[in-house]
Unconditional design. Structure first.
Length: 136
């Protein structure tokens, strides 16, 4: 069985993995779920402090899952949902954007966003086509 996640982008503070099964193209948008794991202590502290401010409890963040939507034509992206999880897989915090009021950001050159966008595009192009359902 092929691996669901592949390491797409590495930074000093984070690693970003793409869920190849989540990639989809619809209405000229490209969507994918990205897993972010934190490597540096400063990044872990920043995220733990943010989550603690929302849920008022001590936590130990393991990873987060982000659903990104890209507009390749306009070279923009938005984040639809973010889920923060502890090492036991327990959902600590879930945040969802209002579909009617999305905040779009430009995909700037030489940024993590551009690297993720390029990796998602490459993965989409290399993704095996879904087999057609048929009756016997």
């Amino acid at each position: 069985m092929e691996d669901r996640w592949f390491l797409a982008v590495v930074t000093e503070d984070e690693d970003y993995f793409i869920d190849i099964h989540s990639i989809q193209e619809e209405n000229n948008f490209l969507e994918a779920i990205i897993k972010e794991t934190l490597k540096s202590e400063s990044a872990k502290k920043r995220e733990n402090d943010f989550i603690k401010s929302k849920i008022n409890e001590e936590i130990n963040l393991d990873h987060s899952l982000w659903k990104w939507r890209f507009n390749p034509k306009n070279m923009t992206y938005t984040i639809l949902t973010i889920g923060y999880f502890d090492s036991e897989g327990r959902l600590l915090l879930n945040m969802k954007s209002d579909e009617n009021d999305l905040h779009w950001e430009e995909i700037e050159p030489d940024t993590t966003a551009e690297n993720i966008f390029e990796a998602v595009k490459d993965a989409m192009q290399n993704k095996p086509a879904k087999s057609e359902d048929f009756e016997l």
